[in-house]
Design a protein around this ligand. Structure first.
Ligand SMILES: [Ca+2]
Ligand SMILES: [Ca+2]
Length: 431
């Protein structure tokens, strides 16, 4: 079923070769009947949204992975504190990469709300971080079927907030948590926003602003999200869902607030910053007098989910250690600005491809230019030095796509971004 849907959706997107098409990929088997929702969006907006499925692989993999992750969970529960956390982390990493969005959601969700015998899994913002951050040890997924049942009052209670808030000051995720929990639609939206290159947010916003008056109201938002997530129920219910921390945060409890392009972009920036801050904090910057992490830690993080074999990883890291031992380290600003560029994903690859006319790769100066173009950020010469030391394997002072690819490609996949980006297709070119 999902395979056929996936092919159809891809063919459908491919046919529109002249217009820009915004495609939200979705490989969610439980909500897979998206065909009905496409029509009105297509005619109504001019920028079209389609729920495509890139998940044939995901579907076959999840049958193997989910049982393994749950077995790891059970052995964790059975043995108290003495369980193999490393094994669990590995399994969760695989689930993020190969599971469907729906599986990931159900696996990392902690809560469940029951009404009229209908059960709905709900996520805290902590769960969300775990669902998108490879190697996260903040908490672990509880597995499908093991949920804490909550009432409506408990969803927005101070107690739930205290349990679930993230250790970040002034965090947009915490602001959302204060307003409630995350529904499946909320999760799909947050994942989509994280995986859409910054330069396409304007186009994505237009897709949400169905009436084209420059604002996105709650109703428009839900209309588009229901199509992306393949929601088949009553959308009016979604608009007024009191459980949704995201809806409450974005549109206010009375749903009178609106989104505009600036707020939309700021929201993405703040969301990415929250995730990156927690990832940076893993390496214990509080122990350093400048609150930096070491260059080796930065590179360890960069290689964490790359497709490079571990022996080779060790060799690459050794090179970095040799060059940078005892130097100033990497500040959060540097870390953040570099990763904003990686969040630009496919854009970055394209820019490297176009600049690289002789197929030699790009120089340090060119890399800095590309970063400015992709993410509107200045990345420091120091960080570019570190990255070149790590990845310029043949030492020709150029970073080729071949040298960079294993890191970049895997980096997005390890977060499940390939499942959810608001893809922009121009002809046959998928961005
Ligand atoms: Ca509007
Ligand atoms: Ca090179």
């Amino acid at each position: 079923m999902i395979r056929i849907l996936g092919r159809n959706a891809a063919a459908w997107a491919g046919k529109r070769s002249t217009a820009a098409v915004v495609t939200a990929t979705n490989n969610n088997q439980y909500h897979s009947n998206n065909n009905n929702q496409r029509g009105p969006l297509l005619t109504g907006v001019g920028v079209a949204l389609a729920a495509g499925a890139a998940g044939a692989l995901a579907y076959s993999m999840q049958d193997e992975i989910l049982p393994k992750v749950e077995a790891a969970q059970k052995s964790k529960a059975a043995s108290g504190t003495d369980y193999d956390e490393k094994e669990l982390i590995e399994q969760e990493n695989r689930l993020r990469q190969f599971g469907t969005m729906d599986n990931i959601y159900r696996f990392f969700s902690t809560y469940q709300f029951i009404q009229d015998r209908k059960k709905e899994a709900l996520m805290s913002v902590k769960d969300f971080y775990n669902a998108v951050a490879p190697g996260s040890i903040l908490t672990h997924g509880t597995g499908q079927g093991t949920y804490v049942i909550v009432t409506l009052d408990e969803i927005t209670s101070g107690k739930t907030y205290e349990t679930e808030k993230l250790p970040i000051q002034d965090s947009v995720l915490n602001k959302i948590q204060l307003c409630g929990l995350l529904t499946y639609i909320d999760f799909v939206f947050l994942l989509n926003i994280l995986s859409t290159p910054r330069r396409y947010l304007d186009i994505a916003f237009h897709a949400f602003d169905v009436s084209a008056d420059g604002n996105c109201e709650a109703k428009e938002f839900v209309h588009v999200m229901a199509a992306i997530a393949g929601y088949k129920g009553d959308t009016e219910k979604l608009v007024n869902d009191p459980k949704s921390g995201l809806m409450n945060y974005l549109f206010g409890k009375d749903r009178t607030k609106v989104l505009n392009p600036d707020r939309f972009k700021r929201f993405q920036r703040e969301l990415i910053q929250d995730i990156l801050y927690l990832e940076f904090m893993r390496y214990g910057p509080e122990k350093d007098k400048y609150h930096n992490i070491s260059e080796v830690d930065f590179c360890t993080h960069l290689l964490y989910n790359s497709s490079i074999p571990s022996k080779k990883k060790a060799k690459l890291l050794k090179r970095v250690d040799k060059v940078f031992s005892g130097t100033k380290g990497v500040s959060f600003e540097e870390f953040k600005n570099f990763y904003y560029v990686l969040f630009g994903g496919a854009d970055l690859e394209r820019a490297m491809f176009f600049l690289d006319s002789e197929k030699k790769g790009v120089t340090r100066a060119e890399f800095i230019d590309i970063a400015r173009w992709v993410a509107n950020r200045d990345i420091s010469e120091h960080i570019v030095d570190v990255v070149f030391t790590l990845l310029d394997e043949d030492g020709d002072e150029h970073l080729s796509i071949k040298e960079f690819q294993p890191v970049l490609f895997q980096w997005r996949h390890s977060r499940g971004f390939q499942k959810a980006s608001l893809l922009v297709s121009l002809g046959h070119l998928k961005i």
